[in-house]
Design a protein. Structure first.
Length: 328
């Protein structure tokens, strides 16, 4: 007797090796999978412009990363004592205009390089609701708590989203032909819009994803994160306490499905080995161990990292390993 509906995953496409670079763009679900990739010590650049929810802003950000077009001073707006860009998440806003430009343009440069050398791009569509500046018609990625009367809020049509996103992806394929793309719809509900609006929004996003994948099956694939949560797990015990975001157990379940679909067989051992090392790096010895105990733990960990790099030489340039070694 079957007591749950299981999402049947596609055969392993082997689009990704442990040494490959990955760029993740989109809603906070990208952060979930991105943290798992980073925890496996893979080269993962997660949302270089910050979290992006709607496909229009995602396409705009993707175009900016391809061209490495810097943010200009006149693009910034002041709100709440900070300088913001409508194309960036507020985590990159700064009290100084110069500081804001510096951090944002650094993110664009790093994102450009990561995208240029990546083997896989994942884009996660979060919502079809968009906010347009009434003064220019620009779809913004973040309103930064600016006065509501400055924006027109609406739900983008399927055709509008398909045309905009497809144009950016075709441009990307011309710019970096070997790159494969995985499209997914975020299972995280936008309850602030109301559950009815959220359902309609997700339905449109799912159609957008299907249309784009059907047009480019050779290099774009759909990963059913949305279906895994709604039709496979479909229980509030797989959600965080806010009943909206995914629990750690759910993220791990989706991560295992992602690995089985895209990582080649040779990478399985490397991922498992690196995840164990990552947990060790994140461990903080308890105070009762004393200075001598902490020193012994760090020395042992340094040897573990050295052995890992000897086995997988491409990890020598892993940013997280470098930062840990410098902190010791």
């Amino acid at each position: 007797m079957e007591l749950r509906t299981t999402v049947r995953m596609a055969e392993n496409r082997e689009w990704l090796h442990h040494s490959d670079g990955v760029v993740l763009l989109g809603s906070c679900f990208s952060d979930n999978i991105g943290s798992k990739l980073q925890g496996a010590l893979m080269q993962a650049m997660v949302n270089p412009l910050g979290t992006v929810y709607n496909p229009m802003s995602l396409a705009s950000g993707l175009s900016r990363l391809m061209t490495a077009t810097p943010i200009a001073g006149q693009e910034l707006v002041m709100q709440g004592g900070l300088w913001h860009s409508y194309d960036f998440h507020s985590r990159y806003s700064r009290a100084s205009k110069e500081a804001a430009l510096q951090v944002m343009n650094e993110r664009i440069a790093h994102g450009h390089e990561a995208l240029k050398s990546a083997q896989l791009l994942t884009i996660t569509l979060g919502t079809a609701m968009v906010y347009r500046l009434r003064s220019t018609g620009q779809v913004v990625s973040n309103c930064h708590k600016m006065p509501q009367h400055e924006f027109a809020r609406s739900m983008a049509s399927v055709d509008e989203m398909v045309v905009t996103l497809n144009q950016a992806l075709e441009q990307l394929h011309t710019w970096n032909a070997p790159l494969r793309v995985v499209v997914t719809v975020s299972p995280i509900r936008h309850v602030a819009d109301g559950l009815e609006v959220n359902s309609l929004s997700k339905a449109r996003l799912r159609e957008v994803a299907a249309t784009i994948v059907d047009a480019h099956k050779e290099w774009i694939d759909y990963f059913p994160a949305y279906e895994i949560m709604l039709d496979d797990l479909r229980d509030y015990r797989f959600y965080a306490s806010d009943m909206v975001h995914l629990s750690d157990v759910a993220v791990e379940y989706v991560w295992q499905a992602f690995q089985a679909t895209y990582l080649d067989d040779r990478s399985a051992h490397a991922v498992a080995r690196c995840e164990r090392v990552w947990r060790r790096l994140m461990h903080r010895p308890i105070n009762e161990q004393g200075r001598e105990g902490r020193a012994r733990f760090e020395a042992d960990t340094r040897q573990v990292v050295t052995n890992l790099v000897n086995e997988y030489p491409y990890l020598a340039k892993n940013r997280h390993l470098e930062e840990w070694l410098l902190s010791c």
